[in-house]
Design a binder for this molecule. Structure first.
Ligand code: HEC
Length: 142
């Protein structure tokens, strides 16, 4: 039975990879945020407090405080995401520059922008779970 299933799993995985490479749908977004949360917890949480992630680092600023004010002032999440991405590249010591880059940096930044200063009401889960069965990205065009 294990053997018969492996073929199907392979196909499902391939479908997922193609989708990620091919287009950005909104279902991908929830996965990205979950990944960003996980990476934030691993890489950034040691220095930064962020309520949604449950991290308690105090070397760097509390990011709920840092972005809560911006959010209250009507700052758009996209703007915050860009700010965080810039910070990751241009960080000042002791925060190391370029801890992450590319898609990982984008995921972390999007995650922070979506939760910082929201007093822990976000829906973002620590591990990627299929958020919405209808959005499940297995589609084959033949
Ligand atoms: C070694 C500890 C350390 C790690 C790891 C770290 N940071 Fe920082 N971070 C800092 C410190 C310290 C500052 C404040 C630097 C300053 O103001 O000059 C900072 C500042 C920031 C700021 C700006 C906050 C503000 O109030 O302006 C953001 C955003 C940020 N970090 C995000 C991140 C992200 C995202 C990660 C993970 C990829 C991360 N940090 C990892 C220590 C760290």
């Amino acid at each position: 039975m294990g053997r018969a299933r492996r073929g199907l799993l392979g196909l499902a995985l391939l479908g997922g990879v193609l989708l990620v490479a091919g287009c950005g749908s909104s279902s991908k977004n929830a996965d990205d945020l979950a990944k960003g949360k996980q990476q934030f917890t691993n890489l950034c949480g040691g220095c930064h407090m962020l309520q949604d992630a449950g991290t308690k680092g105090t070397t760097g600023p509390n990011l709920d405080d840092a972005f809560g004010a911006a959010r209250d002032a009507g700052f758009h999440p996209n703007g915050m995401k860009q700010l965080v991405e810039q910070w990751i590249q241009m960080a000042q010591p002791p925060m190391p520059r370029n801890l992450v880059s590319g898609q990982d940096a984008a995921n972390i930044a999007a995650y922070i922008a979506s939760v910082a200063g929201t007093s822990g009401q976000s829906q973002v889960r620590p591990t990627p779970t299929p958020p919405d069965p209808q959005a499940r990205p297995v589609k084959f065009h033949m």
